[in-house]
Design a protein around this ligand. Structure first.
Ligand SMILES: Cc1cc2nc3c(=O)[nH]c(=O)nc-3n(C[C@H](O)[C@H](O)[C@H](O)COP(=O)(O)OP(=O)(O)OC[C@H]3O[C@@H](n4cnc5c(N)ncnc54)[C@H](O)[C@@H]3O)c2cc1C
Length: 389
């Protein structure tokens, strides 16, 4: 019998697996590898099958800011221990116009944490980032130092490799059912294997409710998200070489600079979260969504938005879309709590920005499950399931 099985080998689960393996022996990290072919895949997907996630300390919400900063401070350690690099310090630029306090709140949360930040006016932004089209009333918040982007695929690989080095067992399977048994918990996999543990941590992200994993429904709101990617070639790549990750306060757009993808090409990516996005409930909803090319309206609108902000992109001739899913909780923070006291816990709910703070959410979940003191600047009550808060 394992001491702990972590279900879900994604950004939060793999982090929890590494931290748990530093606290106790007998840890297993259970979750499938990325499917080789989405179209014929019959199982679960993930929100980390990509190469770019923004990461930065500044955030209008101090809880997200401090957990991001604590995660970022451990990137060197995770990369070294896992032997896999995943972080690129490209910097971050937040953009806003009159009437928005987004940059003020982001600065107020980031500065006490020691984030390296500078306020920019429109002229400063044009000078530093000449490829942007910026109106006179736009303002920027520029974070340098350890802001930039991470490869979520590579981060999961690094965390998993580091967890294995600490003694964790990796089980590349999908959980189909979880049952309480005498003295512990039993996990049955989709392939029919059975694994037992004293405790289970569920970190299955957006899929948790639809796969019926938690004995207590988490009431996640899950949205399918479409991202649009422009292939960057030739002199456009040089023109955009200094591009930071970018957030656009009014639209909610997030933009990643050119990043190399497994097909060998550089792609610049944009996503804009909206509550018009498809709500995903059932396994069939997820399967259909992840096998689709997303929203054609999003593709058209995102391409127009991006080309307006970065006029050089009019020269990009290949555009395509990809699909992903985000899981929102009622609190706006992940739920890190017991759903079955002392036996089954959850660490679920990235709320669309879980990648940057994932290592710290995993750290907290590991300590909860291992019975360690909370010992964290975010109070435990903030992360409890609403019914128990
Ligand atoms: C388009 C898009 C862009 C984003 N951009 C950013 C960004 O720029 N910055 C940022 O901070 N965040 C971003 N996010 C959010 C971030 O990717 C998520 O918050 C993060 O992936 C959540 O981590 P997680 O571990 O909860 O879920 P996941 O990373 O999805 O991991 C869950 C894991 O559980 C596994 N799993 C599911 N069901 C089972 C099962 N039954 N048995 C076993 N394993 C199972 C899955 O296969 C997966 O590996 C973005 C999300 C999307 C969709």
């Amino acid at each position: 019998m394992h001491k702990v099985i972590v279900i879900g080998r994604g950004l939060i689960g793999s982090a929890a697996g590494r931290h748990l393996a530093g606290l106790t022996d007998g840890v297993a990290l259970l979750g499938p590898d990325e499917p080789a072919d989405r179209a014929t895949h019959r199982g679960v997907f993930a929100s980390h099958y990509d190469e770019g996630r923004m990461t930065r300390a500044v955030d209008p919400d101090p809880i997200w800011a401090v957990t991001a900063k604590r995660s970022i401070d451990r990137y060197d350690e995770i990369e070294a221990e896992g032997g896999i690099r995943f972080f690129t310090p490209s910097g971050y630029l937040g953009l806003s116009g009159p009437g928005s306090d987004y940059l003020d709140r982001s600065e107020a949360a980031g500065r006490p944490l020691g984030a390296q930040i500078a306020r920019l006016d429109a002229a400063d932004i044009r000078t530093r980032f000449p490829f942007l089209k910026i109106a006179d009333d736009r303002r920027g918040l520029h974070e340098t130092g350890k802001a930039g982007h991470l490869s979520p695929r590579a981060m999961v690989a690094a965390q998993s490799a580091a967890a294995a080095k600490r003694g964790a067992t990796i089980i590349a399977e999908e959980a189909a059912a979880i049952r309480l048994i005498s003295g512990g918990v039993e996990v049955e996999t989709a392939a029919g294997a059975v694994h037992q543990a004293e405790r289970v941590l569920i970190a299955a992200g957006a899929f948790t409710d639809a796969w019926g994993l938690s004995p207590q429904a988490l009431n996640l709101r899950v949205f399918g998200r479409t991202v649009t990617l422009a292939r960057i070639e030739g002199d456009l790549a040089e023109e955009l070489a200094s591009m930071p990750t970018m957030g656009h306060a009014e639209s909610g757009a997030y933009i990643l600079p050119p990043i190399r993808y497994p097909d060998g090409h550089l792609y610049l990516k944009i996503g804009i979260g909206s509550t018009d996005d498809a709500d995903l409930h059932s396994r069939e909803d997820f399967s259909r969504w992840f096998k689709s090319s997303g929203s054609a309206d999003n593709r058209r609108d995102f391409q127009a938005f991006l080309t307006d902000l970065i006029p050089g992109l009019a020269r990009a001739s290949h555009w395509h879309t990809d699909t992903c899913a985000v899981a929102w909780t009622a609190t706006g923070y992940p739920h890190i709590d017991w759903v079955e006291d002392g036996r089954i816990a959850v660490a679920v709910g990235g709320n669309g920005k879980g990648a940057k703070s994932a290592d710290d959410w995993g750290w907290l979940a590991a300590r909860l499950v291992a019975g360690e003191d909370w010992d964290h600047p975010v109070s435990r009550d903030k992360l409890r399931l609403p019914a128990k808060a």
